[in-house]
Structure formats: structure tokens, C-alpha cells
Write a protein that binds this ligand. Structure first.
Ligand code: NAD
Length: 471
């Protein structure tokens, strides 16, 4: 099928490349010329395991193209994905201006062919109908400019004066929220737990089912013997709510175990044992029960805030979600408190951060807990250094101008009063901690993810503190 994906970030590029990989003809549109140039040369502008490989193969097979030309993308695609960012506004609402710009742009390039316009971006509940309205606005403006009369549909508040009656442009809007995880986005696309399709047009839903058929039947899955991927076909608002509710649930689950960890710290229990004990209960499940320094990234914080905001708009105070957020905000401070517990005065001390990104296997620094921790430590007069397998290589400071980004873990350890593990990169399991301990002023390690082997570190002389591991 002919597909156009607009916005080639973590979601759009992975979606486009994976759809090309399974045989569709894809055009990816982005308004960032530098990115488009890079992608045309077969390089991915983001770090995502396996992505460059499938991009290059799809380019060689002529299954994917990259352009800044939205008109060309709209003309090409039977299915048009909107996959631009919806970052948070200071109020907590989603900033939907990029979605709006794209929807208007699509409308202005619609021709007579039927299109399915897919909201892949995470958008506030009710956005399906709103996108439809904006697309129609864009279409109408185009016709006005071209001086072509147009009917914008029954009930439109803004009919063109003296318009001759024509049919509305033929399109339907579908909500198809994305659940991929950065760091395993390609794997997740080929091995999803479910696919959600929201809409009220049978024609559009049928085309979407056809699009995803090879994924649903697990043709590209790691385990091809698994049963077909469940497809949840529902209305627009429920599909939009599924995305927010899923992220809000996962974020709340993490805040829950972090709260338990803080109590463990005080009563002398070990949260790792507690999480194991409760996670084996099939009603609870063991995932998302790792205590640490809290959630971050580009999705959980903004999606939970947006849901709280939507609830407020409709006269409901989402108390549980607000508590999940405040537990998370406080959790980022736990590392600083533990450093104070061990080092006492932090002014004039040097602390080395192991990891910066909000989670491993990504280069994404959006709302990473490291940013808050750095801000607090530097405010307290601590010298902060950091080593991150991706950030250190990229040469980008990600706005961390107050800290020194080291190029290897041993340089990081040199002269430190404490090391703090912020991101659980797998390589951190096998560093030469004995050598690093010798380079430090004092071998102290605060493990913000309960990731390292406490016994092994203590055996080589480290003072080790985890989160909620007082025992
Ligand atoms: P991103 O910021 O990485 O990428 C957005 C892309 O859109 C950028 O390349 C930008 O240049 C492009 N863009 C912006 N305006 C444009 C325009 N007018 N025309 C063409 N291109 C334009 O965003 P992302 O992380 O991929 O997220 C996209 C959406 O998916 C968001 O709504 C997000 O909440 C949702 N989502 C993200 C994830 C994730 O893990 N990142 C997971 C699930 C859902």
C-alpha cells in the first residue's frame, strides 16, 4: 500500500521504516531539511537499535523515500500518518500546534482521492474530530485561494460565500496510538502486544487492518508461532484514551514501587525482595516494579500531565495521577539525599554520573531525571561530571553546560567523591570498578536503579547504597 508518514522522529521514522520493511511504499515527510538530507543518505538521525539497517535496506529496495515536500507525500499516500511531536505546555496540556499545522497542510493538498488520515501522535481526547475540522479548513483555504468553489459539509460554521455545492474531500480520520518503547522501537513495532484502531469509518478501519496484516499475523515477529496480534477496534475517543490510560497506569505503577522503596529504606526492608514477592502474583505482574529514581522521557511526564489536565477541563480532579506525579518529582531528589547522607556537605565535592539519558539504549534526554539531579547538585555547589555511552559520543551537551561530559568511565571516576548510577546501561555491569575505585577520592556508589551487584562492589571496597535496600 502507499503510505505517507509526516514527522520522522522516534515514532514516525520507525513506523515509516518498518512499514517499508514489510513491503509498503513509504514516503516520509519532515520539515527539517538537515534530517531529510541525513535520512536520504541512509543514516538515522536518532539512535535506535536496528533502525539504520532496515532503513538502508528499504532505501536500496526503493520502498522508502524522504522529502520535505508535504504535497508530494499527500499525493502519494492512501494512508497518511501524522507523527509529529505533541510536547507539553507549561500548563501541562499538550501543545498540538504541530499536529494542527500538518492537518491543515494535508487539507490544503487533498485532491479527489480517498485518504485515511491517521493520528499516530499522542493527542488529547477529542482530537480525531478536531483534526477532521482542521483538514477541512485547510482544504477550504486551498479552494478559496484557487478560487474554486467548495462545500465544507453540512453544519460547517464557515461556509464560503456564494459557494457552489461540491462534495467534501473524501477522507476519514483514524486514531492509531503508538506504544513502542525507545531503545526497542523496531522490535516493538514488529512484536506489538496489541494494535489499537479508533474510528467510525468501516472503510478506513479495513484499510488499516490491511496495512498491518503482516504484523498482525506475526510474519516479521521474533516468535512467529505466537497467536495473531490482538487488534482493538474502537471509537476515536476510546482509542485516544487507551494511550493516555496505558502510560498513566505504568507511571503510577513505578511511583507505587518507589513509594514502597522509600518506606523500605526507613523500616529496613529490601524493595528488590518485596517487588519479587509481589510481582510473582499474576494479578500484579513483575514488570514496571523496579524501584529507582523515577520515570522521565518524552512520554510518561507529558501524557500523565495531559490526562490530569483533560480531567480538570471536565470538572474532575485526578487525585491518584497527581500523587503519582508528585511521588515522581520527589523521587529524583532521593539520590541527592543519599549523597548528603554519605558525604554530608556537597559543596566542593565531585560527583560522577553514570548515564544521562532517561533510559538505556536511547539518545533521548527529554525530561531525563539526570537533568533535575544535575540542577540540584550544581545549585548545592557540587562539581558534576558524567559519562553516558551515547551522550559522551555524540559530543552534544544537551543543555548540560554546567557539567563535564567525560569520554570514558575511568576518567569519570578520577577524583570523584561518589559515583551515582543514573541510567541502567548494560555496559555499566562490566566496568572495571576495582580500577575506578582506586581513582576516586572515596569509593562510594549510589545505585539509582538497583542495577549493579552490591556484593561484588562491596567486596572491592565500595560503599554501596541502592534505593529502598536498607537491609
Ligand atoms: P519527535 O520530536 O522525535 O519527532 C517529531 C518530528 O516531527 C521531528 O522530526 C520534526 O522535525 C517533525 N515535524 C514537526 N513539525 C512538522 C511539520 N509541520 N511537518 C513535518 N514534520 C514536522 O517526536 P516523537 O518522539 O517521535 O513523538 C511523536 C508523537 O508520538 C508524540 O505525540 C509522542 O507523544 C508520541 N509517542 C512517542 C513515543 C516515543 O517513545 N517517543 C512513543 C509513543 C508515542
Amino acid at each position: 500500500m502507499r503510505v505517507c508518514v509526516i514527522g520522522t522522529g522516534y515514532v514516525g521514522l520507525v513506523t515509516g521504516a518498518c512499514l517499508a520493511h514489510i513491503g509498503h511504499d513509504v514516503i516520509c515527510v519532515d520539515n527539517n531539511e538537515e534530517k531529510v538530507k541525513l535520512m536520504r543518505s541512509g543514516q538515522s538521525p536518532i539512535f535506535e537499535p536496528g533502525l539504520s539497517e532496515i532503513m538502508q535496506t528499504a532505501i536500496e529496495k526503493g520502498k522508502i523515500e524522504f522529502t520535505t515536500d508535504l504535497a508530494a507525500g499527500v499525493a502519494h499516500g492512501q494512508i497518511l500518518f501524522i507523527a509529529v511531536g505533541t510536547p507539553p505546555l507549561p500548563t501541562g496540556e499538550s501543545d498540538t500546534r504541530y499536529v494542527e499545522a500538518v492537518a491543515r497542510g494535508i487539507g490544503s493538498h487533498l485532491n479527489g482521492d480517498y485518504k485515511v488520515i491517521v493520528n499516530k501522535s499522542t493527542v488529547p481526547i477529542g482530537s480525531g474530530d478536531w483534526v477532521r475540522m482542521i483538514v477541512l479548513d485547510g482544504y477550504r483555504e486551498q479552494r478559496k485561494e484557487a478560487n474554486t468553489p467548495v462545500l465544507v459539509g453540512a453544519g460547517s460554521a464557515d461556509a464560503v460565500p456564494d459557494a457552489v455545492v461540491f462534495e467534501e474531500p473524501a477522507f476519514d480520520v483514524v486514531s492509531n496510538p503508538e506504544f513502542l518503547r525507545e531503545g526497542s522501537a523496531v522490535f516493538d513495532t514488529f512484536n506489538p502486544d496489541r494494535i489499537v484502531l479508533g474510528g467510525n469509518s468501516e472503510r478506513a478501519i479495513t484499510l488499516m487492518q490491511e496495512l498491518y496484516a503482516p504484523i498482525v499475523s506475526r510474519d516479521f515477529a521474533e516468535d512467529k508461532s505466537m497467536p495473531a496480534v490482538p487488534v482493538v477496534v474502537t471509537d476515536l475517543s476510546s482509542a485516544e484514551m487507551i494511550k493516555y490510560a496505558a502510560n498513566a497506569f505504568l507511571a503510577t505503577k513505578i511511583s507505587f514501587i518507589n513509594e514502597v522503596a522509600n518506606i523500605c529504606d526507613r523500616v529496613g526492608a529490601d524493595v528488590v525482595e518485596v517487588a519479587r514477592g509481589i510481582g510473582l502474583d499474576s494479578r500484579v505482574g513483575s514488570k514496571f516494579l523496579n524501584a529507582g529514581i523515577g520515570w522521565g522521557g518524552s512520554c510518561f511526564p507529558k501524557d500523565v500531565s495531559a490526562l490530569i489536565h483533560t480531567a480538570d477541563d471536565y470538572g474532575y480532579e485526578a487525585q491518584l495521577l497527581k500523587s503519582a506525579v508528585s511521588v515522581n518529582e520527589r523521587q529524583r531528589m532521593v539520590l541527592v539525599e543519599k549523597l548528603q547522607q554519605v558525604l554530608k556537605i556537597l559543596k566542593g565535592k565531585t560527583v560522577g554520573l553514570l548515564g544521562l539519558t532517561f533510559k538505556p539504549d536511547t539518545d533521548d534526554m527529554r525530561d531525563a531525571p539526570a537533568l533535575t539531579i544535575v540542577q540540584h547538585l550544581t545549585r548545592l555547589g557540587t562539581k558534576v561530571k558524567a559519562y553516558d555511552p551515547i551522550v559522551s559520543q555524540s559530543g552534544l551537551s544537551h543543555g548540560l553546560s554546567d557539567i563535564l561530559i567525560e569520554t570514558d568511565p575511568e576518567r569519570l571516576a578520577d577524583g570523584c567523591d561518589a559515583l551515582v548510577l543514573v541510567t541502567e546501561w548494560q555496559v555499566f555491569k562490566s566496568l572495571d570498578y576495582a580500577k575506578m575505585a582506586k581513582l576516586m577520592n572515596a569509593p562510594v556508589l549510589i545505585d539509582g536503579r538497583n542495577f549493579l551487584d552490591q556484593d561484588a562492589l562491596e567486596a572491592i571496597g565500595f560503599r554501596y547504597l541502592g534505593i529502598g535496600r536498607a537491609s
